[in-house]
Design a protein around this ligand. Structure first.
Ligand code: S5P
Length: 264
């Protein structure tokens, strides 16, 4: 199926090249799954990507939780991700002022050189998006920022009013790929989608085929419901990487997410 057909308005309204790239990859793979690869060894990560690579569209990393990280091994991981045609998403949740966030795209991890997408809070104001975009530009690379508009964890401090403000600023900003919305509450997602409109993406963590409470305040909703409510990408971590057969389970998430998009 053509991306324009599957994605409808989201495709025709997209401004950022990264948005279309994601939609194309998702169509090729028939999967709206972003794997939250929260394993803390390079070998564990490589095994995981090797197993589930065919069933996911994006790879979400937390580069700073890996025990045996090295640039050499990370380059291998990025190459493997590219072989599987995955977008690489560093979930760094930047939050500082623009120039410092820009500098933090460099440093030892050099996130600007390999990430296609990063997350940011808008707590410091709109210049953070320009800071992150200019870090990619200096490396002649394209990227997209996902702003945290909601969170999945209980008791979080992202109030309705704050969320509305994030969306208001974010929809106007060319460097913004979209928003992180809370996948554990479909009603909240519907409200978010209404506020966001049809142009920007909503990516949702807090989804699991087993709905309910997770560890340390994490909450889970149903991935099918999340996509119907307006999510464009389901971010799944432990549901896949802790499963006995990650490939089989990843395939299930892919099928559920694709079916939901087609029905939407
Ligand atoms: O509100 C949020 C935002 C994010 S990006 N809640 C989240 O859980 N996340 C991330 O999604 C979190 O950092 C983790 O990598 C993933 C969820 O993992 P799971 O194991 O609970 O599925």
């Amino acid at each position: 199926m053509q991306a324009s057909e599957a994605w409808g308005e989201r495709w025709s309204n997209a401004v950022l090249p990264m948005a279309r790239r994601y939609m194309e990859v998702a169509c090729e793979k028939q999967s709206l799954v972003c794997l939250a690869a929260d394993r803390n060894t390079m070998a564990g990560l490589m095994d995981l990507i090797g197993e589930v690579g065919p069933y996911i569209a994006a790879l979400k990393t937390h580069v700073d939780l890996v025990d045996d990280w090295s640039l050499e091994k990370w380059t291998e991981l990025c190459n493997l991700a590219q072989e599987h045609n995955l977008l690489i998403f560093e979930d760094r949740k930047f939050a500082d002022i623009g120039k410092i966030s820009k500098a933090q795209m460099g440093g030892i991890y050099d996130i600007r050189s390999w990430s296609d997408i990063v997350t940011a809070h808008l707590i410091s104001g709109p210049d953070i998006v320009d800071g992150l975009q200019s870090a990619w530009q200096e490396k002649d690379r394209e990227g997209g920022v996902l702003l945290l508009a909601q969170m999945s964890s209980r008791g979080n401090l992202l109030t309705e009013e704050y969320s509305e403000n994030v969306v208001q600023v974010g929809v106007q900003s060319d460097g913004v790929l979209g928003f992180i919305g809370n996948g554990s509450r479909p009603e909240e997602l519907k409200t978010l989608r209404m506020r966001v409109g049809e142009q920007k993406m909503i990516w949702t963590p807090g989804v699991n085929l087993n709905v309910g409470d997770g560890e340390m305040g994490q909450r889970y909703g149903d991935p099918y419901e999340a996509v119907l409510a307006g999510s464009d990408c389901i971010i799944v971590g432990s549901g896949i990487h802790r499963a006995d057969n990650p490939a089989e389970v990843a395939k299930q998430y892919a099928q559920v997410s694709w079916k939901a998009l087609i029905n939407r």
